[in-house]
Design a protein around this ligand. Structure first.
Ligand SMILES: Nc1ncnc2c1ncn2[C@@H]1O[C@H](COP(=O)(O)OP(=O)(O)O)[C@@H](O)[C@H]1O
Ligand SMILES: [Mg+2]
Length: 505
């Protein structure tokens, strides 16, 4: 886009300058480049107008430049002159004074009732709970963003997240209380739209925001990791609460009289072996894409409790195993080529389980992890790695052209005409891609299925958040010059059904 802008000049410039920071499609200037060592990509925070129309006079450029220097994003519905007061009167007074309720899985499934019977009242109660809980939870996360330094939350990506959260907050807050089953059917459609519209982009925006802040040194990396982890955990919880309600609504609509602990839909029985084989097939495809079709592949061995089946969120399991195994495959193939070995070294997964948890130990002989073990868990890692990750995020097809403001307020009176990220890596996947046809957390799958060209450098950091969320853990044990054991532990959710604060609100 930047190449074509010289000629089309001002109009494009006006289109991209949505906020006091501009889209990352505008390359930052050479001075900034000096201050950002090694970074060669685009950073949303550093606009550069000068090169796009060097022949135009300042007075001609001014109308296009001035919106970018405004204190408020012009298109924003929420962040404007009144925002401070509205925020104080509504969010702070009425919502931050409430605390999120810690919930257990069985409460989510049955809503504070010992019986499994699904009743009209339960569905209506559940929808009220969802509405109240979501609005409180999102209010607290908005507050968390507000406590960040101005130039952090004003980062293009964070401001997208902020606007999106405020939009969710307002939509939930204003939603009329559900009184009847018919109201609930409408409410369910409303929830579905919230899950699938631009809010799905918050995940990549959060991470890109963190990467930019790392590159520009705007916030201490450790604190940024805490912020991102907390926002991600809260995001998992909110989506879980919503999905849970959609699932019991669907069960009720389909005439089911009961809701079991397994909740019918969200948590499904997963065969450890089947998921591992699925992850292996995906990794092999990545490797073939990266090198060539006929390349020798590592032998893949599954050991231990081969028959293990357990209830889990299929998509989370697919994501976790996929990311971890992908690291082993990539490293193994690199070593195979670097050392000119006859065959790639094998990869062995050992499955272990007891009442309370399940463990997958993924062992490779790919020479170990070449970095400092502490930084591999960070979303920012080093500035150099953050720059590389950010560049790759920008290459994810379609993602770089999406601004929430374009999507929400520009087209067709704010109504999107088609899916905002159709044909991008974040386009919703067809249900058939998923085991058991489940559709939970599509953006996550978009990240997992990125092409091997796009190394994002956040796999381990993300997986740790997800594993810990589910009462588990992720550790790596690397022996330099030999290989790595990556240990993924997951809690047995059926053992922890009554545990409060599973979601660590
Ligand atoms: N099994 C492994 N063997 C060797 N290096 C690994 C292994 N797992 C992870 N790493 C190293 O840790 C880095 C971070 O991994 P990750 O967070 O998954 O991001 P990415 O894979 O996108 O780089 C990888 O780039 C790689 O250098
Ligand atoms: Mg990885």
């Amino acid at each position: 886009m930047s190449e074509s802008m010289g000629a089309t000049g001002l109009k494009s410039l006006a289109q991209v300058t949505r906020f006091s920071v501009t889209k990352r499609t505008i390359e930052y200037d050479s001075q900034a480049r000096k201050s950002v060592v090694c970074h060669r990509g685009h950073i949303s925070q550093i606009p550069d107008f000068s090169k796009y129309s060097p022949t135009k006079s300042i007075s001609e450029l001014a109308p296009y430049v001035s919106p970018t220097l405004c204190a408020y994003p012009l298109q924003s519905k929420y962040v404007n002159q009144q925002h401070y007061y509205q925020n104080k009167d509504i969010l702070e007074k009425h919502y931050l004074t409430k605390k999120p309720h810690p919930v257990s899985l069985s409460q989510l499934a049955q809503y504070f009732d010992d019986s499994n019977t699904l009743t009209k009242q339960k569905i209506v109660n559940s929808s009220r709970f969802v509405q109240q809980e979501l609005v409180t939870r999102i209010a607290h996360k908005i507050h968390l963003l507000q406590t960040l330094p101005f130039n952090v939350v004003n980062n293009f990506h964070f401001s997208q997240v902020y606007e999106s959260y405020y939009n969710i907050f307002e939509r939930f807050r204003r939603y009329p209380t559900v009184k009847t089953i018919a109201d609930n059917d409408k409410f369910a459609r409303f929830l579905q739209s919230i899950l699938s519209d631009f809010n799905s982009l918050n995940l990549p925006h959060l991470i890109m925001g963190a990467l930019e802040c790392r590159i520009l040194d705007l916030y201490p990396p450790q604190k940024m990791d805490e912020v991102i982890s907390s926002l991600l955990r809260a995001r998992i919880s909110r989506r879980l609460i919503v999905e849970e309600h959609l699932s019991i609504t669907a069960n009720y609509q389909s005439g089911k009289k009961e809701n079991t602990l397994v909740l019918g839909d969200i948590f499904q029985e997963c065969s450890a072996r089947e998921f591992l084989l699925g992850a292996k097939a995906m990794c092999e495809k990545f490797i073939q894409d990266m090198y060539f079709q006929g390349i020798k592949l590592p032998e893949f061995v599954i050991d231990g409790n081969l028959e293990l089946k357990f209830y889990f969120l299929p998509l989370h399991l697919k994501y976790l195993l996929g990311e971890v195994l992908r690291n082993s495959y990539e490293a193994t193939m690199k070593e195979y080529i670097r050392l000119g070995l006859k065959n790639p070294e094998p990869i062995t997964v050992t499955i272990v389980s007891n009442d309370q948890s399940f463990m997958f130990r993924i062992s490779d002989r790919a020479g170990g992890i070449p970095h400092d073990e502490k930084t591999i868990w960070s979303f920012g890692k080093s500035k150099q790695l953050a720059s590389e990750s950010l560049n790759n995020f920008h290459k994810l097809p379609g993602l770089q052209t999406i601004s929430l403001y374009d999507y929400m307020y520009d087209r067709d009176g704010g109504k999107p005409t088609s899916h905002p990220y159709k044909f991008t890596s974040l386009e919703p996947v067809s249900a058939s891609n998923l085991p058991h046809g489940h559709k939970f957390e599509k953006p996550l799958l978009g990240l997992l299925e990125r092409s091997s060209r796009y190394k994002l450098g956040i796999g381990l950091a993300m997986c740790k958040v997800y594993a810990e969320y589910w009462n588990g853990d992720l550790t790596v044990h690397s022996i330099n010059g030999y290989g790595t054991d990556t240990v993924l532990k997951l809690g047995n959710l059926m053992y922890h059904t009554d545990k409060l604060q599973l979601d660590k609100v």
